[in-house]
Write a protein of this length. Structure first.
Length: 172
């Protein structure tokens, strides 16, 4: 049977309704744990992921400022919610609704982070995709300052906080 060749960069993999993608990192974002669903979606074996930087699945369509926002929050002990487009080993992409939280030791120091991801709502992806696209364009010339300004102006115009936007898009 002749198989049609697919262009992996155009190929979307969708999360299943009740699946969770889970990973843990040390305080620097180096992967220390990932579950089976993570490996299945990302297309990597466990030994290819452990001890690697979490940016191994970074997709170029993600604005840098999204990760800055995430890191600023989690480093200061807060949690991050957000929609993330990730890239699998073969170049396919998949969207997730991520929640990243800090992990503490018994002295109350942050020793790492945990991310749990679920299937994002279709509405969320449709809304966020063009916003991220615009932010990536702005980053090419004006850096994260320009993309951050665009995001915060958008939130101001809609009189909504970042968390309110994200949680309302997910339907929570
Ligand atoms: C627990 C945890 C989970 C993360 N998950 C992802 C992820 O799924 N995709 C991603 O691109 N970056 C993720 N990051 C952020 C990466 O550490 C990194 O900041 C991001 O990929 C941007 O990489 P860059 O600075 O090399 O551009 C995660 C970080 C932490 C701490």
């Amino acid at each position: 049977m002749k198989r049609e060749k697919i262009n992996p960069t155009m190929h979307e993999i969708k999360m299943k309704e009740n699946d969770f993608i889970v990973s843990k990192t040390n305080a620097k974002g180096i992967i220390t744990y990932c579950n089976e669903v993570f490996m299945e979606m990302a297309g990597y074996k466990e030994e290819e992921l452990l001890r690697k930087n979490h940016n191994i699945i970074r997709h170029p369509h993600m604005p840098k400022v999204a990760f800055k926002l995430a890191w600023d929050l989690i480093k200061s002990g807060k949690e991050f919610f957000g929609f993330v487009k990730n890239m699998s080993k073969d170049g396919s992409f998949y969207w997730v609704f991520a929640n990243i939280t800090p992990d503490y030791n018994s002295n109350g120091e942050i020793v790492g982070y945990t991310s749990v991801r679920r299937k994002p709502s279709d509405k969320a992806v449709k809304t966020i995709e063009p916003i991220y696209e615009k932010m990536c364009q702005l980053e090419k010339t004006g850096g994260m300052q320009a993309s951050g300004k665009f995001l915060f102006d958008f939130l101001d115009e809609n009189n909504i906080t970042y968390d309110e936007l994200v949680l309302s898009l997910q339907g929570e």
